[in-house]
Design a protein around this ligand. Structure first.
Ligand code: ADP
Length: 600
């Protein structure tokens, strides 16, 4: 008998295949969503798989039970022809993998495929303060899992629409995991104020006697055709969907088989596909599944969409940052090097200035050394005069003819002579003193007169020194270091004297003052033998001397001093000769020239 039935099915299938023209004996791979572990799901779905296999004898049905993630991956790898899953997950897979529903599950009592899945929120019957879903504000709510469509998400959406959002902390969810019976246990134990179960589960358990009738009450209960108490709107049932690669003929073949299946023991059967738009709407409100992107901020979604550009921008930013840091580092290093080079330069300049001052001092001492013999002679004169006056006083007193007038006159002379000697010594001391350079306002004529007086005071047999002042009456002052200019003049005068004395010439030495090119020119003109061109070229070099006892430093130091005052020192043969003229110029006080020494 059974062989006959089987043969009949095969013949029917062959006839269907002939009609559609697509029958081929091949594996038919079906993924079935498993909330529980795979083996339990296999037991649960076994009657359905067997019934379908019976309808499709020309195919070998391979049913794989998998969770949400596994199913999505298997579709992505092209390992499935059909999937059976809940409405929420179907919508997600439709958006992600383009699967198409071919049938929706319905129940015997609810034949409309769009109104199959719903949820009931149960509380212990004695909790009279809890009547509607709004009463759950501030309460705890047990549910199987945040991913469960009928087991949580439907009620979450209902609560959110009522302004009681679990995500905002209005309700405290407590997830128990599967099986769904655990939710009822949690509520019964008082561990949660209410619990979410799929519609009709409570009635089913009450019929079986697993739960005493009247123990639980359903919040915001609505009447339904199947006599199940329900707290939410109803949504389409589970979907049977074909993947993108499934041939349409095969889909038609399977649809035919599904529609031919009689209701199973739970009264579930398959109908034409429902409109899943309400599921889309619900998931969009919750911003989950295919609408999870709504939770992202504009920046996040932009970054996700344009990530290659964002990555390039980010890379460029990092390169720019690294470049900036490096440039900054180099600038710091160069600045450090520069400032240490500057410090080194300042140190060297200070050393040069110190040496210069020491050289100046040495040079002055050298002039004094050279003049020392004559200086002794010069001092000897007032001292001898003082001695003479003193002895003459003693003699007169011995002879008894010492008149008060004679004492007065002798004392006057002694005082004058001693003042003369003191004056010579004071000039020398001030000239020889070691000190820092200064700038003072001086009248050029006074400056020259002072130098001439000092020179004449030191040297006994000076040739005539003639001052030729050709400056205008309103010439004004120069701003100089008077001791240094005096040093220059003394050097030039002494060299002029030496030159004339060596040549045996007794002519006056002229010191000329004139205004040339807006500056004050000072010239020392002698009538000595002058110098040959070769010697004149070396004149200002340090240690150039033609004198046996000379140091050869005087003129090189004079040159440095004049240049420090912003001028130049030069030697020109007289026209007409003989002799040399040494001349330098100084700037007027009102029109100062910035020189190295005067610079701040
Ligand atoms: P020093 O007097 O110790 O030799 P200076 O530097 O003052 O050192 O002079 C250098 C040389 O320049 C002198 O030895 C001399 O030969 C030459 N000289 C300087 N002034 C004159 C001058 N007025 N006439 C001729 N030769 C001069």
């Amino acid at each position: 008998m059974s062989d006959f039935r089987c043969l009949r099915r095969v013949l029917l299938a062959a006839l269907f295949g002939l009609l559609t023209g697509t029958v081929s004996a091949a594996d038919l791979r079906i993924g079935v969503l498993a909330w529980l572990d795979a083996s339990e799901a296999e037991i649960q779905w076994a009657p359905f798989v067997a019934a379908l296999q019976a309808q499709l004898p020309q195919h070998r049905l391979i049913a794989r039970h998998m969770d949400l993630g596994q199913m999505s991956e298997a579709i992505g790898r092209g390992e499935l022809d059909f999937v059976v899953t809940n409405p929420g997950h179907y919508v997600a897979l439709e958006a992600r993998h383009g699967i198409t529903r071919i049938a929706t599950q319905v129940s015997v009592s609810e034949r409309n495929p769009a109104h199959v899945v719903g949820s009931a929120v149960v509380v212990l019957a004695g909790r009279q303060e809890l009547q509607t879903l709004q009463d759950l504000k501030g309460r705890s709510l047990a549910a199987v899992s945040p991913d469960a469509f009928g087991g949580y998400q439907i009620v979450w959406a209902e609560l959110k629409r009522l302004g009681v959002d679990p995500e905002a902390g209005d309700v405290e969810p407590k997830f128990t995991g599967f099986p769904m019976f655990r939710v009822l246990e949690t509520v019964a134990a008082g561990q949660a104020d209410a619990g979410v179960v799929r519609a009709c589960l409570l009635e089913q358990l009450e019929r079986q006697g697993s739960v005493p009738a009247g123990r639980f009450r359903v919040l915001s209960a609505q009447a339904s055709a199947d006599d199940c108490r329900i707290s939410s709107a109803r949504y389409p049932g589970w979907a049977f969907a074909a993947t993108r690669t499934t041939p349409p003929e095969l889909s038609r073949e399977v649809l035919f088989a599904l529609l031919s299946l009689p209701p199973d023991s739970d009264g579930q059967s398959w109908s034409v596909p429902a409109d899943y738009h309400p599921v889309h709407q619900m998931l969009r409100e919750l911003e989950i599944g295919p609408y999870a992107f709504l939770r992202e901020t504009a920046w996040e979604s932009l970054a996700r969409r344009y990530w290659p550009g964002v990555a390039i921008l980010f890379g460029l930013l990092i390169v720019w940052l690294l470049y900036t840091v490096r440039v900054e580092h180099l600038v710091h290093r160069r600045t450090r090097e520069l400032s240490s080079a500057l410090q080194e330069r300042e140190r060297l300049e200070l050393r040069v200035r110190t040496h210069q001052q020491q050289m100046d001092h040495l040079s002055r001492l050298s002039i004094l050394g050279e003049l020392a013999g004559t200086l002794a002679h010069e001092l000897n004169q007032p001292l001898a005069a003082i001695g003479n006056y003193a002895r003459s006083l003693i003699r007169r007193q011995a002879r008894g003819n010492l008149s008060p007038e004679a004492v007065h006159q002798a004392a006057e002379e002694i005082a004058q002579e001693s003042e003369r000697a003191a004056g010579i010594l004071a000039g020398i001391r001030s000239f020889a003193r070691k000190r820092a350079h200064v700038r003072e306002s001086c009248q050029p004529v006074a400056l020259v007169r002072e130098a001439v007086a000092l020179f004449a005071g030191i040297l006994p047999q000076v040739p005539a020194l003639q001052l030729d002042d050709r400056l205008p009456a309103d010439a004004g002052a120069v701003r100089v270091d008077p001791r240094q200019i005096q040093q220059v003049l003394l050097n030039l005068l002494k060299n002029a004297c030496d030159a004339q004395r060596d040549a045996g010439i007794e002519a006056p030495i002229v010191i000329a003052l004139s205004a040339v090119d807006g500056r004050c020119r000072i010239e020392v003109i002698d009538r000595g033998p002058g110098l040959g061109p070769e010697q004149q070229a070396q004149l200002f070099e340090a240690f150039f001397t033609t004198k046996p006892e000379g140091l050869g430093l005087g003129l090189s130091i004079c040159k440095t001093i004049v240049e420090a005052h912003g001028g130049t020192l030069e030697a020109v043969p007289n026209q007409p000769g003989p002799g040399l003229s040494f001349r330098f110029s100084l700037s007027w006080q009102d029109n100062p020239v910035i020189s190295p020494d005067s610079a701040p």
